[in-house]
Design a protein around this ligand. Structure first.
Ligand code: FAD
Length: 474
């Protein structure tokens, strides 16, 4: 009888234990994907990721077909869908790769139990992380809350398991169960099609992920340590969305960074540390499923947020009057992505300059990022807020002008995403509000008309934030 392989956040053929194990049996395999309208725990999939998912499923279907297989798409609760396909196909065995986010954990254990009770054989496999979140624990047996000892433990734990090869042949069943049509799921935006600009930089799917990795190792890994902080440079891997959908596994990435004799060790270690931040975030989420909703430092529950709706709206549109913040928010809107340094700047601005609850920023990112990840997003927002594990202290408040001048000195990043400032002299690009009127006029800028004046004065906002923080600091 056929084996059902349930694809989730592992939309790849290579290094896919569930698929490889099923294919190895030599028996027929039915790959399935379930559209779960009621996916609980993480909240609904954001708009940007719906776009990605559509294209990723299309790509996976094409690769499965190229391997003599196919892909069955169905909508419903996983238990009902699996039972239904099993009835139609005679399958009694189900395989999947584990997830460690609230939706995944919340589904896995009860589903497994229910299926076993109905007589199914169920096996789940690892594959989303380098190490299972129960593996790296402190001496006391608890989860790590500080990154550096976590990293040391990860380094000391030996090399992660080598990635598994793509099965050469995936045997098809005698008869395929019916599949829903992907187009009917309406994952793509229609009017307006705000995602039309995504294709400028993204190609979802396993093959594109492998190409990105290859290109990064070839051209940008050497120099990563210095370049990763420069938003105008193409200095990072851009693999985050591919990782979020499991089009590539961290083990595959780790493997490729092994034995590179010509690349400076510092660059390789810095890059691996970033992958370790992803692992660390998953450890935090696994042990604190409310990470996206609940301050880890409960003192922040008493923080007096201002939550001004008008200011929040202007932040989302990139109309704050601080060019580096606005460029970041517009990059996010245009490409569903933002450079890491700028994510930290815009998050600090929202939380500390505008005193808006980090959860509103987290939710906006969740809806607009193609790489939105329940672990990295929640952990990073709490990190910036100062309410998280091993977080940046609240009193460290980024000055958006100085950050811009330090990391985007020529203003190339700003000019790319804020075209109304394109002709402004570089020395004023991060502070148009300080430019003499003749300079503004020469650049065709009318402050308050063609580009906003700052929605808040940073020096004033900084003092206000510190005062608010004093209130909870006991
Ligand atoms: P690279 O520099 O090439 O790094 C390689 C990989 O390491 C990334 O693909 C990512 O998987 C991981 N990584 C890098 N930095 C971090 C980090 N700080 N925390 C966790 N993992 C990291 N990353 C997400 O994947 N999803 C999110 O939803 C997300 N939200 C964020 C929100 C805020 C406020 C901040 C400050 C950061 C957030 N990050 C998030 C982390 C980071 O910004 C992105 O992972 C990174 O910019 C992705 O680009 P890249 O793939 O080119 O990264």
């Amino acid at each position: 009888t056929p084996i059902l392989v349930w694809f989730r956040r592992d939309l790849r053929l290579q290094d896919n234990q569930a698929l490889a194990t099923a294919a190895q049996t030599g028996g027929p395999v039915i790959p399935i994907y379930i559209n779960e309208p009621e996916e609980s725990g993480n909240g609904p999939l954001g708009g940007a990721q719906r776009w990605w998912l559509h294209h990723s499923l299309q790509a996976l279907r094409a690769s499965l077909r190229a391997h003599g297989s196919d892909f069955i798409l169905r909508t419903g609760a996983p238990l009902d869908v699996i039972a239904e396909i099993a009835r139609e196909s005679g399958a009694t065995t189900v395989f999947w790769n584990r997830r460690y986010d609230p939706s995944g954990i919340g589904t896995d254990a009860p589903l497994k139990k229910a299926l076993v009770e109905r007589g199914f054989t169920v096996s789940s496999f690892a594959g989303q992380l380098l190490h299972e979140p129960t593996r790296l624990l402190t001496k006391g047996g608890g989860p790590y809350r500080v990154f550096t000892p976590f990293w040391r433990a990860l380094e000391a734990s030996g090399e992660p398991a080598a990635p598994i090869e793509t099965p050469e042949m995936i045997r098809a069943p005698v008869r395929w169960p019916a599949s829903e049509e992907l187009e009917r799921w309406k994952l793509l935006p229609t009017r307006p099609d705000w995602a039309s600009t995504f294709a400028e930089i993204w190609t979802p799917g396993e093959q594109a992920a492998a190409e990105r990795l290859h290109k990064f190792v070839e051209h940008a890994l050497a120099g990563y340590k210095a370049e990763r902080d420069v938003p105008a440079a193409q200095g990072t891997s851009m693999l985050s969305a591919h990782l979020a959908f499991g089009e590539i596994s961290p083990a595959q990435i780790w493997q490729v960074t092994r034995g590179l004799t010509e690349t400076p060790v510092d660059d390789v270690v810095t890059f691996r540390k970033e992958l370790a931040w992803r692992e660390f975030s998953y450890n935090l989420l696994f042990h604190n499923p409310d990470l996206g909703r609940q301050n880890l430092d409960r003192r922040f529950d008493g923080f007096r947020w201002l939550d001004n709706d008008e200011q929040f709206h202007r932040w989302t549109r990139g109309l704050t009057g601080y060019p580096i913040v606005d460029a970041g928010m517009r990059q996010l809107w245009r490409h569903g992505y933002m450079h890491n340094r700028v994510r930290m700047i815009v998050a600090s601005f929202l939380i500390k300059d505008l005193l808006i609850d980090w959860r509103r920023g987290e939710a906006w990112f969740r809806d607009t990022l193609v790489d939105a990840d329940p672990a990295s997003n929640a952990a990073s927002w709490q990190w910036v807020a100062g309410s998280g594990a091993d977080a940046s202290p609240f009193f460290r408040i980024f000055n958006p002008v100085l950050q811009g001048e330090k990391f985007d000195p020529e203003g190339l990043y700003v000019k790319r995403f804020v075209p109304e400032l394109a002709d402004l002299e570089a020395r004023y690009i991060h502070r148009p509000f300080s430019a003499p009127s003749a300079v503004l006029a020469a650049a065709g800028i009318e402050l308050g008309v063609s580009y906003p004046t700052p929605i808040v004065d940073h020096a004033f906002a900084r003092d206000r934030a510190l005062a608010a923080f004093q209130e909870i600091r006991t």
